[in-house]
Design a protein around this ligand. Structure first.
Ligand code: F6R
Length: 261
């Protein structure tokens, strides 16, 4: 794992977008894993700007989202398909036929999960997966006790997640209770992972995810097993990390990060 600390939310999201842009430029056929949530909105704003100002080309890439609520129509403003349309797809030149999200309306949800995994495999796996982190440490909707080898499946959302996302639905009672999510095992197979966390509300869970013991109670800790995982945080989200100085030193000295400093 590498941890990069940026001065604020904007700089952290900008850096995440630049890493995505670099991967996309070096491989226009990139298979890009996407996440939703408030943290990612800034990243998508940066990517849209890079498309508009620097002609960042999405025409050949494929995208796979981590998750989707069960029971919401794509047109529902709270569906993740709608989120992606609103924040990214309609502003860039991605081909909609190359954009994949789990279908939360499928009559056979287990079959849909298997189909999603098979589709990812058909395109050779995910090259770069964007990740946020929930307050209870989930990546995707891999809630506490998600098996570290889990695959795409239906998960019940925990009270913490329901509370976290309820404001968007106008109350917890209006929220779907389940979602389809890529598993922790699915995420660990992505060739590169990029986790972005900002704000003081994430400080505690970031410290646990990065410096704590690996546990299925906090699915983000599984990323410690990944060969190539970059964690980008702003100062607020970094505030509870014990080894901040060490991470800063690495970022300042590793040649790989020169172009991003
Ligand atoms: C969403 C997802 C979630 C979010 C996480 C953080 O696709 O996979 O894991 O990334 O809940 O959400 P925000 O950024 O809203 O705090």
């Amino acid at each position: 794992m590498e941890v990069i600390i940026q001065p604020n939310q904007e700089a952290a999201a900008g850096l995440a977008a630049r890493i995505v842009a670099r991967e996309l430029r070096s491989n226009p056929n990139l298979v890009l894993g996407l996440a939703t949530g408030q943290t990612m909105e800034r990243v998508y704003r940066h990517l849209v700007r890079l498309h508009q100002d620097e002609k960042l080309d999405f025409s050949l890439c494929r995208t796979f989202n981590l998750d989707e609520y069960v029971g919401l129509f794509p047109s529902d403003p709270n569906s993740y398909r709608h989120y992606m349309e609103h924040h990214l797809f309609r502003h860039v030149n991605v081909d909609r036929r190359n954009t994949y999200l789990p279908n939360g309306l499928a009559t056979d949800l287990d079959e849909e999960c298997r189909r999603y995994e098979a589709t990812i495999e058909r395109f050779g796996g995910i090259d770069l997966q964007l990740l946020g982190i929930g307050k209870a440490g989930h990546i995707g909707f891999n809630e506490p006790l998600s098996a570290l080898r889990s695959r795409t499946r239906v998960k019940a959302l925990t009270p913490t997640t329901l509370r976290q996302n309820a404001p968007l639905f106008g109350g917890e009672d209006k929220m779907p209770r389940r979602a389809i999510t890529m598993g922790v095992g699915t995420i660990l197979e992505c060739r590169r992972c990029l986790l972005l966390a900002t704000g003081s509300s994430k400080a505690e869970v970031v410290a646990k995810a990065v410096e704590g013991p690996i546990t299925s109670m906090i699915s983000a800790t599984a990323l410690q097993l990944h060969r190539r995982c970059t964690v980008i945080v702003d100062e607020d989200a970094a505030s509870k990390l014990a080894e901040r100085d060490y991470y800063r030193w690495i970022f300042a000295n590793e040649p790989e990060w020169e172009e991003y400093r």
